[in-house]
Design a protein around this ligand. Structure first.
Ligand SMILES: Nc1ncnc2c1ncn2[C@@H]1O[C@H](COP(=O)(O)OP(=O)(O)OP(=O)(O)O)[C@@H](O)[C@H]1O
Length: 247
């Protein structure tokens, strides 16, 4: 059974359709990368999945239950879905350790010692063990984003959504964040990433989905999408990306 099932999802803003009948299934442990030009609907789709936006038509199921049903408990759904944004959104007045343990303690009711032990284990695994007592403004952008990723997985979510997590970073810092995500893949975390990093999508994705104008035009394994895309619009988009990189 799929872990996430998105069925004919539509989203309109002020009469304009920004998601137009999206269908997508994500299997447990699968890594899906959403690619497409700016404004194609990648972020909106992620925001619909964790109920930050309400959909106008269609349905989204997590673990077989419809989460877009009006009777679904949005807080419960968000407890099961982690999300990391482009802007790291760490709490500036809290140490790294407190940032990471806040949700497990306050939302999931985990005891402080247990939450801190888990946070330290994650910090250690992702090479940030010495930063537990630091405040976010003492960390580099790459380190802050790694803490944001750790914070999102500290509650053991069923699904992790990552929205352009490397866009705000200096290119030299991108690699370290990508390293963390690669490591998460090794642990079997199911993830959906919206990304402009084609190289990364090719490297990490099990499935790449190309969106244009709110339509999921083509999806498939990275070898297919990047080497032999079927849809002419996918080919045109990848060509534009390639040309922009040469400039
Ligand atoms: N809150 C909002 N109100 C009105 N329009 C919105 C809102 N959020 C997004 N949009 C519009 O929806 C469309 C899709 O935006 P979205 O941010 O999902 O695209 P994207 O593919 O994630 O872009 P980017 O790669 O730049 O992040 C855009 O035309 C955008 O202007």
């Amino acid at each position: 059974m799929s872990l996430l099932k998105i069925e004919d999802v539509w989203k309109h803003y002020h009469g304009l359709s920004v998601l137009r009948g999206i269908d997508l299934e994500v299997a447990p442990h699968e890594v899906v990368c959403l690619i497409g030009a700016s404004g194609s609907g990648k972020s909106t789709l992620l925001r619909c999945v964790n109920l930050l936006e309400t959909i106008d038509d269609g349905a989204i199921h997590l673990d077989g239950a419809e989460i877009t049903d009006v009777r679904a408990d949005a807080d419960d759904v968000r407890r099961r879905i982690g999300m990391v944004f482009q802007a790291y959104n760490l709490f500036p007045h809290m140490t790294v350790l407190d940032n990471i343990t806040l949700a497990p303690r306050k939302v999931h009711g985990v005891r402080t010692e247990e939450a801190e032990a888990r946070a330290r284990e994650l910090l250690d695994r992702f090479g940030l063990a010495d930063k537990a007592g630091e405040y976010p403004d003492r960390l580099s952008g790459g380190q802050q984003q790694r803490v944001a990723v750790i914070r999102a997985v500290a509650t053991d979510p069923r699904l992790l959504l990552l929205d352009e997590v490397t866009s705000a970073l200096d290119p030299t810092l991108v690699t370290e964040v990508l390293g963390v995500i690669r490591e998460l893949k090794e642990t079997g975390m199911t993830m959906i990433l919206a990304t402009h990093e084609m190289g990364f999508a090719r490297d990490i994705a099990d499935t790449v989905c190309f969106l244009e104008g709110g339509v999921l035009l083509e999806s498939g394994p990275p070898e297919q999408i990047f080497s032999a895309p079927e849809h002419p619009r996918t080919r045109a988009f990848l060509q534009r990306v390639l040309e922009a990189r040469r400039m």
